[in-house]
Design a protein around this ligand. Structure first.
Ligand code: ZN
Ligand code: ZN
Length: 356
């Protein structure tokens, strides 16, 4: 853990802060190991404090040995007191996460504390550290991937006309739990026929019919870490339209996985797959990013889309998920997870893909 603290502290100068107040749950867990649902970290160059309420005192002591635990109640006066104890006057806060209401209460507490103190808005400080995974994290992510793969391979072949999307989603979620998942990493998407073309479709009472392409997007959570997997199956004998669309998407995916190298921007990576889809005449039918980073959160750094200027580096874990969506017909999306290693992508997902 202290290696993470060192890395975090090394970013303070550039951001002109003396300490960081961490409030985002994933960031709190990442930096401290504490999995409880409430609390703040206050990290300065010398000190690391975990402030939480009475429910979590014992748990935080066990899970966050590098932090001194501060028991807090409803009021925010602990912040000026602690900052003063720690000799900190300028504290960064996570502006993507801290609500305006809490921020103004904190500012007020600082003022009333009568001490000279400044709160500086920051974004992405811990998120940038989280983008590069440790070997231990890659191990946990791999387990989350294996669980989703096994559930997909078990349930996928059992899908028959007459089943509803919800039934399929439930079978998948149940199987992931049986295989050791804490739960799904997000609401399972099962999109049969035209539903597969709707980006926000989840899984409902729609009955799956022969001749439907079915997009299944799911993931498992294992010790906090997420997987994300999409396969598209076809109910019955694949027709020419499906074959053409499916093979275009698959080619786009395989090209991106084979050709992405460390140091490429998310935008360049996205373009590898997008070019294949554009050449096939479906550029307008691929309306989302090629992928996203994944870890404690399903969507995190690095970005892998047409506007992602950040680079993909060794140790980063990300998805590769091109798709083609035709309104009224349906969609095809195929999603793998990969880790950048020795400059190349190593694909983690092993769930079977259709051969059509
Ligand atoms: Zn997905
Ligand atoms: Zn995804």
């Amino acid at each position: 853990m202290s290696e993470k603290l060192d890395k975090l502290r090394a970013t303070f100068d550039a951001r002109e802060i003396e300490a960081l107040l961490v409030s985002a749950p994933e960031n709190r867990r990442y930096m401290s190991g504490f999995t409880g649902s409430a609390g703040y970290l206050l990290i300065s160059r010398k000190d690391a404090v975990l402030a939480t309420d009475f429910r979590y005192i014992e748990q935080s002591q066990q899970q966050a040995p590098d932090f001194s635990i501060e028991r807090i109640a409803g009021s925010l006066t602990w912040l000026p007191d602690k900052m003063s104890d720690m000799g900190v006057r300028t504290v960064g806060f996570e502006s993507d996460h801290l609500t305006v209401a809490i921020h103004s209460k904190m500012t007020k507490a600082l003022e009333e504390g009568g001490r000279e103190a400044t709160m500086v808005a920051t974004t992405g400080v811990v998120e940038e550290l989280r983008a590069v995974k440790t070997p231990k994290e890659i191990e946990l992510i791999t387990r989350a991937v294996e669980i989703a793969d096994a559930a997909m391979d078990r349930v996928g072949p059992t899908i028959e006309p007459g089943m509803t999307e919800e039934q399929v989603a439930w079978e998948l979620e149940k199987t992931m739990r049986e295989l050791g998942a804490e739960g799904p990493s997000f609401d399972t998407i099962v999109g049969a026929g035209p539903n597969g073309a709707l980006p926000h479709h989840r899984a409902d009472g729609t009955v799956i019919k022969a001749g439907d392409p079915v997009v299944i997007d799911m993931g498992a959570r294992y010790q906090g870490y997420c997987s994300d997997l999409t396969r598209t199956v076809f109910i019955g004998e694949a027709d020419d339209t499906f074959r053409r669309i499916y093979n275009t998407v698959l080619r786009a995916q395989l090209e991106a996985e084979a050709r992405v190298t460390a140091g490429m921007t998310g935008k360049e990576t996205d373009a590898i797959a997008r070019d294949v889809i554009v050449e096939a005449g479906h550029g307008d039918d691929f309306g989302h990013s090629l992928g996203h980073g994944i870890g404690l959160a399903v969507h995190e750094s690095p970005g892998v889309g047409p506007n992602s200027d950040g680079t993909i580096e060794d140790g980063m874990v990300f998805t590769v998920e091109p798709g083609i969506y035709l309104p009224g017909w349906g969609g095809v999306r195929i999603e793998d997870m990969a880790v950048m290693e020795n400059g190349r992508a190593r694909v983690l997902s092993r769930a079977r893909k259709l051969e059509v």
